[in-house]
Design a protein around this ligand. Structure first.
Ligand SMILES: Cc1cc2nc3c(=O)[nH]c(=O)nc-3n(C[C@H](O)[C@H](O)[C@H](O)COP(=O)(O)OP(=O)(O)OC[C@H]3O[C@@H](n4cnc5c(N)ncnc54)[C@H](O)[C@@H]3O)c2cc1C
Ligand code: SF4
Length: 509
């Protein structure tokens, strides 16, 4: 059953075996697993419940409807825009459906250096198999590759570098290109379409949309439940909600889970809460082509270049290149310049092919909260990561030139124009300094990191909080390092893998 928080009034008190906070990749999976195990589950989702009929493919209505802070969330210094989802299905509603497994080298590193146990490559391989079946993950056929992705493929082949097709979770895709504004054709096999309905079909789950968890109720021994507030469509408070439960699962994202933990004054004897925030910060380069590319149409992100990315511990190849394309408002906001110069660039819109260089970041930030309890993302890109960004931007420019671009625009405050190899020298680590060029992050991770040593992590390898019994984190906040690949599949898999511990705890308490 889904109950809209906006229709609630007064004080609502519910009893359950478990309460799940957030319904994105981690929350949807946790909710389904707990309900399927026969537990009574209440899921609280701060955002609304929307479906294909609501997704009107317009930036001005979808950004406020589907994104935290209407798409305007940033790091503390406004240097990096951080896009995150809000609403039933979380960020899986507007993501681009890319599915990559956690690199085995990282799972081994987490075991070796971060005290993570029971989550090695052999433990997770069958879980990934299962999740990929659940979400119908498959490689995007070459015939479905849009011109923007074909440009990348052409560049990869011309330079003789490493690259290949990508796998996605979509079925019945009409190739409209509006993935980042929600799918009006219901083709995404995500938390909203697959997992939440499966959880509800079990008959054991209730979901309250428009209901923001404010505080985890706990005593010295363990959790008791969650206090929350239901809001109307404009955010005005309409009801207070208390869910009493033996298990609380945090799945409010890498920023939301740590923020809720801060608001709840959880014990943190080793000062670990919120630490280890990684973002995969990225920046784009645009190639101007004589022919029309129409990069806004067709399936986004179906091809990648991995020439400058590997996962060996000491590797200095830590940048991933793929395609990216914004709709008109997003493109206009990212394009440098004003007036006639900006108009001239926007006139090229149909002729642009755009690539993004995303850093597998070593830089570590921290999730904190402000006086009102809202998340503050304290994060600064360090020099080694800025060098990686420059490597990626140079690589992207080279790929575009090799694919036939007339010129490549680097949208720095004073735009750089690259027409030949010699021009590449102007691309340097300075571009990663705050406000030198637009940086965007869509993969926040960390904040409640996993590991068996309470001095170095917030939750144990089971996902359970080191100090508070019955409290679990099952979302992007678990990862002890950046993962260097799109994270949704890893989040689904970790939530699937660790949910059994939450089930056991609920039965035991
Ligand atoms: C534009 C974009 C494109 C992306 N593309 C890809 C891709 O192609 N492939 C990929 O692997 N990843 C992609 N991602 C990232 C991926 O979607 C996320 O990493 C993943 O969904 C995070 O899962 P999560 O469970 O941690 O959080 P989310 O999915 O973000 O869900 C968190 C949920 O918690 C809710 N919440 C927060 N605070 C509270 C509270 N206090 N009370 C109640 N509810 C709360 C939020 O409203 C939200 O619904 C993309 C992200 C974006 C923004
Ligand atoms: S491209 Fe496919 S998955 Fe994306 S919005 Fe269009 S129909 Fe949906």
């Amino acid at each position: 059953m889904i109950r809209r928080g906006r229709d609630l009034r007064g004080d609502v008190v519910l009893d359950a075996d478990a309460v799940v906070v957030g319904t994105g990749a981690g929350g949807g999976m946790a909710m389904r697993e707990l309900a399927r195990a026969g537990l009574d589950v209440v899921a609280l989702e701060a955002g609304g419940h929307h479906g294909p009929a609501d997704f009107d493919q317009r930036e001005e209505s979808m950004l406020p409807m589907l994104f935290e802070e209407a798409g305007a969330r940033t790091t503390h210094d406004r240097a990096i825009r951080v896009l995150q989802g809000r609403g039933v299905g979380g960020s899986t509603v507007h993501n681009t459906n890319l599915c990559k497994r956690t690199p085995p080298e990282l799972l081994e590193l987490w075991e070796r250096r971060h005290g993570v146990s029971g989550c090695g490559p052999a433990d997770l391989a069958p879980v990934f198999d299962e999740v990929e079946r659940d979400l119908s993950v498959a490689e995007i056929a070459e015939t479905l590759r849009n011109p923007n992705n074909r440009v990348l493929e052409r560049g990869v082949r011309a330079l003789g570098v490493r690259g290949g097709p990508l796998r996605h979770n979509r079925v019945g895709c009409r190739q409209s290109g509006f993935c980042e504004l929600g799918c009006a054709y219901d083709a995404k096999q995500n938390s909203l379409k697959v997992l939440v309905p499966q959880a509800l079909a079990s008959g054991r789950a209730t979901l309250l949309s428009d209901t923001r968890a404010d505080r985890i109720e706990h005593d010295g021994d363990g959790v008791r439940g969650v206090r929350a507030t239901a809001c109307d469509a404009r955010g005005a408070e309409v009801a207070s909600v208390t869910v009493r439960a033996r298990v609380v699962v945090l799945a409010a994202s890498a920023t939301g889970s740590a923020a809720l933990a801060w608001r709840s004054a959880l014990p943190d004897p080793h000062d670990r809460l919120g630490r280890g925030l990684h973002l995969h910060p990225g920046a784009a380069v645009a190639g101007v082509f004589d022919e029309r590319i129409d990069g806004f149409a067709g399936i986004p992100q179906s091809y990648e270049c991995t020439e400058w990315l590997d996962f060996a511990e000491a590797s200095d190849r830590r940048v991933w290149i793929t395609t990216v394309f914004a709709h008109p408002v997003g493109t206009a906001a990212a394009m440098p310049g004003f007036g006639a110069a900006h108009t001239a660039l926007m006139r090229q819109y149909p002729h642009l092919a755009v690539l993004v260089a995303m850093v597998h970041d070593r830089s570590e930030g921290r999730v904190e909260i402000d006086a009102e309890g809202f998340p503050v993302l304290r994060y600064t890109l360090g020099l080694r990561d800025r060098e990686q960004l420059a490597t990626g931007l140079r690589g992207g420019a080279r790929l575009l030139l090799a694919a036939g671009a007339r010129e490549v625009v680097v949208p720095s405050a004073t735009p750089l124009r690259v027409r030949c190899e010699a021009d590449l020298d102007a691309i340097g680590p300075w571009l990663g300094e705050p406000h030198a060029m637009p940086l965007t992050a869509v993969h926040p991770m960390g904040g409640m990191c996993l590991g068996d040593d309470p001095h170095a992590s917030v939750v144990a390898s089971t996902g359970e909080h080191h100090q508070v019994r019955g409290l679990f984190a099952l979302d992007a906040s678990l990862f002890p390092t950046s993962i260097g690949v799109p994270p949704q599949l890893s989040i689904y898999a970790f939530a699937r893998h660790l949910a059994r511990h939450a089930v056991e705890r609920a039965r035991a308490r």
